[in-house]
Design a protein around this ligand. Structure first.
Ligand SMILES: [Zn+2]
Length: 203
């Protein structure tokens, strides 16, 4: 196991959101379901953040989505329930985990997204992206704004991380290995805690 590089102040509370779930598999490439992979990575990241001294809550804790089975639009209801859960938990940061796809199989790499409207989101997304771009992994993307519902309407800083491309066979294979999931978790946790300390030192 990688040893924690930094220890979070105990009040740092992070909500992890595993994208999709229930009837919504998200992206499906071959037999790989984005929803399954998102939850796997969230569970590894949860443990890594706890090891770094953070308090962690999850929106989705298993393969089920949060919507009522009777909801007319299950996707809309699921998103509303996730937002409600986040509002009630009132964390310092939300991290929504997803996997990307692209028509060309050569495209790869992790990319962070943020909502323009929530103060602090861009700083967290930029810090996580920089951590990966500087890590020796072959990543060179920039953090970008998104209008993704959960992130855009978040009451606290929120970032969406597209961990990699399921349409790139090599990266898709890597994303499913516990070793690579641990590397992703380590870098996300390190970046988030350092950025939290930086923001608290300057405000
Ligand atoms: Zn997704």
């Amino acid at each position: 196991m990688l040893s924690p590089a930094v220890i979070a102040p105990e009040q740092l509370h992070i909500v992890l959101d595993a994208g999709h779930g229930g009837l919504d598999n998200g992206a499906c490439v071959g037999c790989v379901s984005e929803a399954v992979l998102n939850l796997q990575i969230v569970k590894v990241l949860e443990q890594e953040l706890i090891n770094h001294g953070c308090a962690v809550s999850l929106t989705r804790v298993d393969s089920e989505s949060l919507n009522s089975p009777y909801a007319r639009n299950k996707k809309v209801d699921d998103m509303a329930k996730r937002r409600e859960k986040i509002r009630n938990l009132a964390p310092d940061l939300v991290i929504s985990i997803h996997q990307n796809t692209f028509p060309s199989s050569s495209v790869s790499g992790l990319q962070c997204f943020y909502a323009n409207e929530t103060a602090g989101s861009q700083d967290y997304a930029t810090a996580i992206q920089k951590q990966f771009n500087d890590s020796g992994l072959p990543f060179d993307k920039n953090a970008k704004p998104t209008d993704f519902n959960l992130v855009e309407h978040s009451p606290c800083p929120a970032v969406l991380i597209e961990c990699g491309f399921l349409t790139n066979p090599q990266e898709c294979k890597l994303l499913q290995t516990p070793e690579y999931q641990q590397i992703l978790a380590y870098h996300i946790a390190t970046a988030v805690i350092r950025e939290h300390s930086r923001q608290n030192a300057t405000t």
